[in-house]
Design a protein around this ligand. Structure first.
Ligand code: ADP
Ligand code: MG
Length: 702
């Protein structure tokens, strides 16, 4: 489908300079497929070759240029074969040492030759020397470069000189004119695009290298702004494209939703009402909703999802609800069944572990329209699952799913098949910091539940060294004896450690869990201890979880399979082993499993010392903050956006230059500019996208 703005296919005026197949392959390895990619292949750093130092004054430990005449040049055989050349410039003598050399080099560097040498000079045993320098035989008074020499990221077999030549060629060939009109650009106080790229590839020697290195220089800011603008434009177009697609308008009749609300043992919080209002409005539109429902763990997202589902059912349509783990999906199934079946709505469970007969029955109910709500794991989007009339897809813990999985569910559109797409409600307890929401998630609408149901007591977090494990065991026993329940969570082990021990990551985690299970069982003969991990069959898992929910098990040893969504209000204590190895958001999620009832709750983070500085900093963050937003922002700062984005990465143009935290002012400006351009000058918007995304517009079809 054509987007409303980009009418003509984008021109491709930026070919690569003519090169051999071998070179093209190497460039491709660097992600360079167009001339313009060369223009945007910006230096890692610069060498200053604009100034020739007297040998005696050349600063140590720094790339410098010296020049002089060769006085002696010989192949030496001790301590190993090497070419040793002495040159002098009147101020001193410098030794050039080549451990690998061609015979021709000995000729070039014959006594009397005038050479210019580039490299790092060290004070060796025999005076100043430089190993394997770059050098050039030069005439008297040869000119020095007027700008700093860029050093580019490169790949094996593609030297700096070759890359520099290609880039200079591209700078000369490519159209570098501004995609932004002067009056649009003026208020930003940023240099022209052409000036900016030329500057960054060939900066004058007097520029403060620190500004270039930190990417603070106005030329850098212009590049980053353009990149952010391209991202904003593509997200905006994607958003418009969605608005142009059709969906079933699900008008709220409020017959079922009102009855569900009336049947609940609690009143919705103001935040739940507000976000349901937003969802309700979206569902009634004729284009597909794509809304992210965000709320900290325990904020009550599930009931909002149930209300949305009922609104679809009120319209005679079907709903698919997908969760990333079987435990969580099953919990949803039970909750939805308990809430909706009394209203006469049929809820069907579909997961990999179903027996054949049950599965066939489930598939038939979904395909024939006998069931209105299907709940399951990723089994829900497999080919054999066909909906009669799917109008709403709900995805819990959306960041756990890949783009393709979510897409597959969406593609199970309505029976009419006339391009109508289901509405999508995605839920996540991992809050997206503002900058990410504005950039990578700019094509989604976001609703936030920013209020906890009443009567919760905040979870007290304690950091305890693993050396004090005995005290912790005592504390767990006390809590359980007093009638509370507890989780004992074993860590996810880092891949790097796994490779050392040769096992699978899951296996190691399992072993830790099994060990812990044995230990606590021995320590607590009077308690019922349960064990749950990813290798159990789903029926076994469900059995343990049921026993825990019912209070028959007081202490549950678990791998991180319980990370998401599990809801047992009587559990008030959680011990997390090796907390120093876990991600902050993961710790926050885990911690959210306790503190779900009125009783005071605690989370004990056991750590194995000695802690690295970063580990200490991270644990401090989780210790000091109970707000998931703060935790997520800090997590973003420490780890960068890659991890948080998870699967979303593959669908959205990634940022190479801009840094969301440091460049938030540019992000704001780019967002405003994207709106203005699409409104006032779609042609410029198109040109800008063509320049930055080139043929990669297919990235936008998420
Ligand atoms: P999450 O947002 O983490 O998915 P849930 O939807 O599982 O949270 O809700 C957590 C718990 O809070 C559940 O036991 C749910 O029944 C309960 N709950 C939800 N909304 C309210 C409310 N408004 N008042 C009291 N309890 C609520
Ligand atoms: Mg949940």
């Amino acid at each position: 489908m054509k987007s409303p703005v980009v009418r003509a296919p984008a021109p491709v005026p930026y070919g690569l300079p003519h090169s051999s197949k071998v070179t093209l392959d190497k460039l491709a390895r660097l992600g360079i497929t167009r001339g313009f990619d060369l223009v945007l292949h910006l230096p890692l750093r610069y060498d200053d070759e604009t100034h020739v130092y007297p040998i005696a004054e050349a600063p140590a430990g720094q790339h410098v240029v010296v020049e002089g005449r060769v006085v002696e040049c010989d192949v030496k055989y001790r301590p190993r074969r090497q070419l040793v050349c002495h040159m002098e410039d009147g101020s001193g003598v410098l030794t050039l040492r080549f451990l690998h050399f061609y015979p021709s080099q000995a000729k070039q560097l014959a006594p009397g030759a005038r050479v210019r040498v580039f490299g790092e000079i060290r004070q060796g045993f025999f005076g100043a020397e430089v190993v394997h320098p770059r050098y050039k035989v030069v005439p008297e008074n040869a000119p020095v470069p007027k700008s700093l020499t860029p050093v580019y990221p490169t790949t094996a077999g593609l030297g700096q000189d070759a890359l520099r030549r290609l880039i200079q060629q591209a700078l000369a060939d490519c159209d570098l004119s501004d995609t932004l009109a002067p009056d649009v650009l003026a208020p930003l106080r940023l240099p022209l695009f052409r000036e900016s790229v030329r500057f960054l590839h060939n900066p004058p020697p007097e520029v403060a290298q620190a500004d270039l290195q930190a990417r603070r220089h106005p030329a850098w800011r212009r590049i980053k702004f353009d990149e952010l603008l391209a991202q904003q434009l593509s997200m905006r177009l994607h958003y418009r494209k969605r608005k142009a697609a059709g969906a079933l308008a699900l008008k709220p009749s409020r017959t079922l939703t009102h009855r569900l609300v009336a049947s609940l043992p609690f009143a919705l919080t103001a935040a739940q009402q507000r976000v349901y209002g937003e969802v309700q409005r979206d569902l009634a539109q004729r284009f597909p909703m794509q809304r992210l429902l965000q709320g900290d763990v325990g904020s009550g997202k599930t009931i909002v999802a149930a209300l949305a589902a009922l609104q679809a059912v009120e319209n005679g349509a079907q709903v698919g609800i997908m969760a990333p783990t079987e435990i969580l999906a099953e919990q949803h199934y039970r909750k939805f069944a308990a809430w909706l079946e009394p209203l006469g709505v049929r809820v069907t469970w579909i997961a990999g572990g179903l027996r054949k007969r049950e599965k066939i029955a489930a598939l038939e109910a979904i395909a024939g329209g006998g069931t209105q709500v299907a709940v399951g794991t990723h089994a829900l989007f497999q080919d054999e699952v066909r909906f009669e009339n799917l109008a709403l897809a709900i995805v819990d813990e959306q960041h756990r799913f890949g783009v393709h999985q979510r897409l597959a569910l969406r593609m199970k559109g309505t029976r009419s098949g006339k391009g109508a797409q289901p509405h999508q409600l995605m839920m996540s307890a991992t809050p997206i910091p503002r900058t990410l929401a504005m950039s990578y998630y700019a094509d989604l609408d976001v609703s936030v539940i920013d209020e906890m149901p009443p009567g919760r007591t905040p979870v007290a977090t304690r950091l305890v060294s693993a050396a004090r494990r005995d005290e912790v065991i005592q504390r767990v026993r006390d809590a359980c004896v007093e009638g509370s329940q507890a989780y004992w969570v074993c860590p996810l082990i880092e891949e790097s450690e796994v490779s050392k021990t040769g096992g699978g990551r899951e296996k190691l985690q399992l072993e830790t869990a099994l060990d812990t299970y044995a230990t606590v069982q021995a320590a607590f003969p009077e308690l019922n201890v349960g064990l749950v991990h990813g290798r159990l069959k789903s029926a076994e898992k469900a059995e343990v979880m049921d026993a825990f929910k019912a209070g028959a098990i007081q202490l549950l040893v678990a791998t991180t399979v319980i990370e998401v969504g599990v809801d047992v209000p009587n559990a008030t204590l959680m011990v997390i082993e090796h907390a120093e190895r876990m991600g902050l958001s993961q710790l926050h999620q885990l911690r959210g499993r306790v503190g779900r009832g009125a009783a005071a709750s605690a989370c004990i983070l056991l750590y194995q010392g000695p802690l690295t500085e970063t580990a200490r900093e991270r644990l401090k963050i989780i210790y000091e903050n109970t707000d998931g937003f703060v935790v997520a922002r800090e997590d973003l700062r420490v780890r960068g956006p890659g991890e948080m984005l998870g699967a979303r990465q593959s669908g959205v143009p990634l940022l190479r230059f801009a840094d969301l935290e440091a460049d938030v002012d540019l992000l704001d400006a780019a967002r405003d500019m994207a709106d203005a351009l699409l409104r006032d000058d779609p042609h410029a918007a198109q040109g800008h996208l063509a320049r930055w995304l080139g043929g990669r517009n297919e990235l936008l079809k998420v």
